[in-house]
Structure formats: C-alpha cells, structure tokens
Design a protein around this ligand. Structure first.
Ligand SMILES: [Zn+2]
Length: 409
C-alpha cells in the first residue's frame, strides 16, 4: 500500500514515516510496511504496521437482567486516534473468546453509539488526537450465555489506508461474575411511573462522564429519572407546567430501596421552575435536596431532587427498606419534578462508578415511544405517546429499561 499513491493522499505508510522521522534511518523503511493487524491486547513481536486507532475498555462489565428479559452487559470503549489521519470507524464487533461475533455495529450504529465529552452523538470521524467513547450494551438470552470475557474489534478507514481498513483488537473486557444488588422500589406503591433515561442508551445518564481528579467517572451509568403519568397519561396533572405541584409525581414518597446507613444529606435548596434547567447551579447543588445511603457491599444509593424540608432522615441514621426518605420535588439541576435514583461504587455522586442493580418485583404496562416524544410532552398538559411491549407484565429481579411504564407494588 501507499507506494503507488501520489498527491496529498496520506497513506498509513507515509504517516508512519513522518511519525518515525527521528528514528534510526534504517528502521524507517520497515515501519509502515504491510504487516499483521496489531492491537493493544494482541500485539505480536512481528508487528510492522501502525494500527492508527487505540482502543481501551472501561471495566468491570457486570451483567444484569433488563426488563425486556435479556441479560445486558454495558461497558464503554475509549477510542483514541493516534495519527494525523482523519479516521472513520466502519465496523465494531463484539466477540466471544472463541471468536463468535455477538454484536456487529455498522457505520450508522457506531455514529449513534459514539460520543464526545459534550455527549454529542452522531460522531462519524475522529480527527488527529481526538478521543471518543463508544457505549456498548450487548444482550444475551440467558445469564449462562454471557462469556467470561468479551473481545472487541474496531475497524477504521481513511484516505490512503487499505480499502478494507485497519482493525484494532482491544484488550479483552472481563465480565464480572458478581451478583447485582436486588433492591426494592425507590418510590411508594403506584402506577404509571416512567423509567426515564434508564439503561442503556440514555444520553443524559449513560454518557454523563465527568473528568475529576485526573480520570473519568460515570456515576450515572445506570441512573433512572422517575416521573409519573396520571390516569390520562400526562406527567402534568394540573393546568400549569411551570408549577412543580402540578406534576403527577410531585410530593410522592421516596422510600429506601435498600436498608443501610445514611451518609449524606442535602436539604434546604429551593424548588426550581419546571420547563428548563436552572441557568446557573454549582456542582454540589446539582442533585438538589438529596440523600446517599451506604447499602453495604461497597455500594451506595443516591436519591436526588427532593422537596426542601421533606428529607426524613439524618446522617448516621440506620434505615430499613421501605422507610421514608423524602418527597419528590424539583430541586437542583432539574427541569421537571422527578426522582433521580442510582447505585454507585463509592460515596460520592461525582467520583464513583455507576453499577447495575435489579428491582425484585414490579409490573410494566408499556413504554413511552421515544426519548424525543418524552422530551416533547414532559412539560406539557398533553398525554405522552405510549406503546405496548412484548415484555409487559410481571417482572422479578430486573432493571426497568429506558422509558418503560412501571407499577410498584
Ligand atoms: Zn437523572
């Protein structure tokens, strides 16, 4: 490749020569010659070609059962363009250790799954030194179908690269055999609860990586923003969407999804006006009036955005499952009354990793048709568009997936 090309086409061989121009002269000719695909996990001593994309995995990947009945393994790959070329990812494959392709993403699917730190989606190319995160969630019919590790291959093209592109084989992602925590509902019994921005492709939660203390954190990976429909399918029961108290879920009781010890309480922050996110808010105030409970096994549960003065627990207090925590409000970084709930592996909602969990018993009665539809009608007095799903009915030990409509017992 490369030698016969002319003009300004930047072949990988030419790039390799530029990038090695300070190396011993005799080395240059070999670098960039056609050779085996190399990758972080599989470099061979015979490697003689550049693999222009570096791929690293965020671990661990913990399987859990979603409310569609499948077992999901959610993890992220970090893609780094280590060349001056503009790279276009064309194929992403997830494989078992024996080489069976479980999941294969084409260019359109990659663009939807790839995001920059702004969470902007639709990324189709990576320019020199650009880094992006690929959010993957392969599904398996049964827990025993989930292998102990997952391999990942990413193929990129660029002008001057071979037409078939160059493939990077990432280091394997180990799949944890940890059992996920089994929780109760975080809200009082009721119907019409919406699991908004839940797993696995929610832009607002899943892609909310934060750079703090010299690394990226994704505490909200499996967060849910719980809202609620009234018996006419509306999130706004009253007649004024700018009034928190007119929302169906406002004032509903937030209850402990698991027993534990209260380690953090914020109270006294005023309600925000629904309809838009507050113009200026500090990071510590983002969760509004909130409670963090140490639920054991190194895990912590966050309950956020509750009403001022409604917090019913104090730091150091032991709570049992089902105990009152507070009342649903619209405080902090919130544009509509809701309960933000997630489980994380540390006490800080900023510097921890979000971990999956399941709820031991709930029903589903359909789902909102799309996030776009949800966003369109969330702050209106109109009914939200709903549809039935094949998995509607009783659920045991599953995580309510994005936009399902839930009844808590
Ligand atoms: Zn949230």
């Amino acid at each position: 490749m490369g030698a016969h090309r002319t003009g300004r086409v930047a072949s990988l061989a030419a790039i390799a020569l530029i990038m090695t121009s300070c190396a011993a002269g005799g080395q240059d000719a070999r670098v960039g010659a056609a050779g085996p695909v190399t990758g972080e996990g599989r470099s061979t001593t015979a490697a003689t070609a550049l693999a222009p994309l570096l791929v690293t995995a965020r671990e661990p990947a913990v399987p859990f059962k979603g409310s569609d009945g499948t077992f999901v393994v959610s993890y992220e790959l970090t893609l780094f363009n280590a060349t001056p070329l503009t790279l276009r990812p064309t194929t992403v494959e997830v494989l078992t250790p024996s080489g069976t392709v479980i999941d294969s993403l084409d260019e359109g699917e990659i663009a939807a799954a790839l995001a920059l730190p702004s969470r902007r989606t639709g990324v189709q190319e990576l320019t020199e030194a650009q880094t992006a995160t690929l959010y993957l969630s392969p599904e398996f019919a049964g827990r025993s179908d989930v292998p102990a590790r997952l391999d990942n291959r990413v193929t990129v093209t660029a002008p001057g690269l071979p037409p078939e592109g160059v493939t990077t084989v990432a280091a394997p992602v180990s799949v944890s055999d940890a059992t996920v925590p089994v929780l109760g509902p975080p809200l009082e019994p009721g119907t019409g609860y919406i699991a908004a921005d839940s797993c696995c492709d929610s832009i607002r939660h899943r892609r909310a990586q934060l750079p703090i203390d010299n690394r990226l954190w994704l505490a909200q990976r499996f967060a849910v923003d719980w809202e609620q429909l009234d018996d006419r399918g509306r999130t706004v029961t009253g007649d004024d969407p700018s009034v928190p108290g007119d929302y169906t879920i406002f004032g509903k009781r937030v209850v402990a999804a698991a027993g534990g010890t209260v380690i953090h309480v914020v109270d006294g922050l005023a309600e925000q006006a629904p309809g838009a996110l507050p113009a200026s808010i500090t990071l510590p105030e983002a969760d509004g009036n909130s409670v963090i409970i140490d639920i054991g096994s190194g895990l912590y549960a966050l309950y956020a955005h509750m009403q001022p003065g409604s917090i019913a627990v104090s730091v150091g207090q032991r709570v049992a499952r089902g105990d009152l925590i507070g009342l649903v409000g619209n405080t902090g970084n919130s544009s509509a009354p809701h309960l933000h709930f997630h489980v994380m592996d540390g006490p800080s909602p900023l510097t921890s990793e979000g971990v999956p969990y399941v709820i031991d018993s709930f029903e589903t009665t359909g789902q909102i048709t799309s996030t776009a539809a949800f966003d369109q009608f969330e702050n209106t007095t109109q009914p939200l568009p709903m549809q039935a799903t094949p998995s509607d009915g009783t659920h045991r030990d599953e995580l309510p997936l994005d936009l399902v409509i839930v009844t808590f017992p």
